[in-house]
Design a protein around this ligand. Structure first.
Ligand SMILES: Cc1ncc(COP(=O)(O)O)c(C=O)c1O
Length: 411
């Protein structure tokens, strides 16, 4: 296993012990001692017949001829790319036109393209928060949003997942600031109570940021997201999204007002100090917006798959009650058990992604299955069959998530 061998390599200059101690925690304590020498994320080459459930291309856009054609044409007609910060883009540039188009698609006044969802979230929170400003984050909010708080030097205040009472208690204690949530949570497919969040933000004078990475394209009218679906577009200050999910490219987006955009571009460190997107990347997204807006049938298939699979897994005794959408978490808890689950699923040709600390709390590691609209009935049946067959081997009865479900059933 390459990851395990790496620490024995002597071809590079030795690192000081304040680093090697940390590396030993990874290679020795975690990989060797806890996981028996296996890396949690290193899987064998995936066979062509495998059911691959570890990507986020929810609507199967990869390789779509209309999008590939647009991108190829952009590359062929490129007059030399402007490799520079977005700060220097002239009004009316292709990027600005695309920003308007995407903003319109989401029902917003304007928007800003960033190099990734990570850059969008870090840059946005950094430009809004400051030392002494509390930032209320749902405990399951994406890591990039927490990173933005660090970047701003602001105070992170967490609240229990989707727990509005706890959020209000925290607000009473710490005062006005930013409320930051995901619309659809990336580890378990749970959905934020957006209407309640908007009301709390309005009542308390807070800014509300909603990350729509896993709902943009897949949910809402013509794929405009969950905020739009609930008619809240004008009441949420900022929506962000990674375009590396349903849009199947590499970028991030922020909805905002035209006035805020000018401020952002002169304040956001990722916007200022990192170069902007390239022409062929813009061309992909331009075509993707049109494609996604017309993709109601793919959205409907995705949602049908999610409902059906969740129901089947529930019947088999898996606790999938944390979420409701196309991201499904199977949660054994401790990492060795989760690694065993991932490998057993692979033996049945089903490839999910192992999520563990720091993506989950310690001892709440899970295998994440992300569905897509292209799965067929045979593949869905294969997933169910695999999950059925391995129940005994993975000790499903004694998972902490199974025990939680039993407890819920008793109350
Ligand atoms: C909810 C959420 N926000 C932001 C990001 C970061 O997006 P990107 O991969 O485009 O940097 C991710 C990606 O994992 C995500 O799941």
């Amino acid at each position: 296993m390459t990851y395990a061998i790496a620490r024995h390599t002597h071809l590079t200059t030795a690192l000081p012990d304040f680093v090697t101690r940390r590396m030993d925690l990874h290679y020795i304590t975690r990989i060797e001692q806890l996981l028996g020498g296996e890396h949690p994320h290193a899987w064998q080459p995936t066979p062509a017949s495998a059911v691959f459930l570890a990507g986020n291309d929810y609507l199967c856009l990869a390789g779509e001829p209309a999008l590939v054609g647009a991108q190829v044409a952009a590359l062929q007609h490129s007059a030399g790319e402007l490799l520079m910060s977005a700060v220097y883009l002239q009004e009316g540039s292709a990027q600005h036109r695309l920003e308007r188009k995407l903003a319109q698609f989401m029902g917003a006044e304007d928007g800003i393209l960033a190099q990734s969802g990570w850059a969008a979230n870090v840059g946005l929170v950094q430009t809004l928060a400051a030392p002494g400003i509390p930032v209320y984050l749902d405990m399951q909010a994406h890591a990039s949003l927490w990173e933005g708080v660090q970047s701003a030097g602001a105070t992170p205040v967490s609240f229990l997942h989707n727990d509005m009472e706890h959020l209000q208690k925290q607000l009473q204690r710490h005062g006005r600031g930013l409320i930051v949530v995901d619309a659809l949570y990336s580890t378990n497919g749970s959905v934020a109570p957006l209407a309640a969040l908007v009301e709390i933000a309005e009542r308390s004078g807070c800014i509300l940021i909603v990350d729509e990475s896993h709902s943009l394209g897949t949910h809402g009218p013509r794929g405009a997201g969950l905020v739009a679906a609930e008619g809240l577009s004008e009441r949420v200050h900022f929506r962000t999204a990674s375009l590396a999910k349903a849009f199947a490219g590499r970028a991030g987006f922020i909805t905002c007002s035209g006035k805020f955009k000018g401020y952002f571009l002169s304040e956001s460190r990722p916007a200022i100090f990192s170069s902007c997107l390239l022409g062929h990347e813009l061309a992909w997204f331009d075509a993707a917006i049109d494609f996604i807006a017309a993709a109601d049938r793919r959205r409907a298939r995705l949602h049908r798959h999610a409902r059906m699979l969740r129901e089947e897994l529930r019947t088999l005794g898996y606790n999938v009650s944390d979420g409701s959408e196309q991201i499904i978490a199977l949660e054994p808890g401790p990492e060795p058990k989760t690694l065993a689950l991932r490998k057993l699923l692979e033996q049945h040709g089903v490839y999910g992604a192992m999520f563990c600390a720091p993506a989950t709390p310690k001892n709440r590691s899970l295998v994440r299955l992300t569905l897509n609209s292209g799965l067929d009935q045979a593949q869905l049946a294969r997933i169910v069959h695999a999950c059925d067959e391995i129940r005994g081997q993975v000790d499903l009865e004694n998972w902490s998530s199974t025990r939680r479900l039993r407890k819920l059933a008793l109350v």
